[in-house]
Design a protein around this ligand. Structure first.
Ligand code: SF4
Length: 133
């Protein structure tokens, strides 16, 4: 095994994001060893660390003073399939575009399209995973 932090999976096995549990445990152990609370931002997932756009922010939503708590409380934050009440821990921030002309803000699908409800997501709102912006 070249990297002890990465488990080698059998061919065909789907991999789920583990939120870099090895990094979480490493920082928890270090904080415990030092007798200090785990500081906000001490844990950085690998994808957060390498992303040049800072599209991912990792933190503790139970900490009222953490950066992720502030981002999650913002009006841009939403959870996928929130209506199913599965309460996922991941939040996404929608990107609000207000600079597009009105013609572009019209719904993409025709009102004659089967299944069109006319109450879909506001076309002036585009969604991406950016945490800043
Ligand atoms: S690098 Fe990112 S996607 Fe991969 S396990 Fe870590 S948190 Fe999940």
């Amino acid at each position: 095994m070249f990297n002890p932090n990465v488990v080698v999976r059998s061919r065909g096995v789907m991999e789920k994001c583990s939120f870099c549990v090895q990094r979480i445990e490493e920082q928890k152990i270090e904080a415990r060893r030092l007798g200090q609370p785990l500081a906000d931002g001490a844990i950085k997932t690998a994808c957060e660390q390498v992303c040049p756009a800072q599209a991912i922010v990792f933190g503790d939503l139970h900490d009222p003073n953490s950066r992720v708590t502030a981002l999650a409380a913002g009006r841009r934050a939403y959870r996928v399939l929130d209506e199913l009440n599965t309460q996922p821990a991941v939040r996404y921030l929608k990107l609000v575009r207000q600079d597009r002309p009105a013609a572009e803000r019209q719904p993409q699908r025709s009102q004659n399209t089967p299944g069109y409800s006319g109450s879909a997501v506001s076309p002036s709102i585009a969604v991406d995973g950016r945490a800043n912006g």
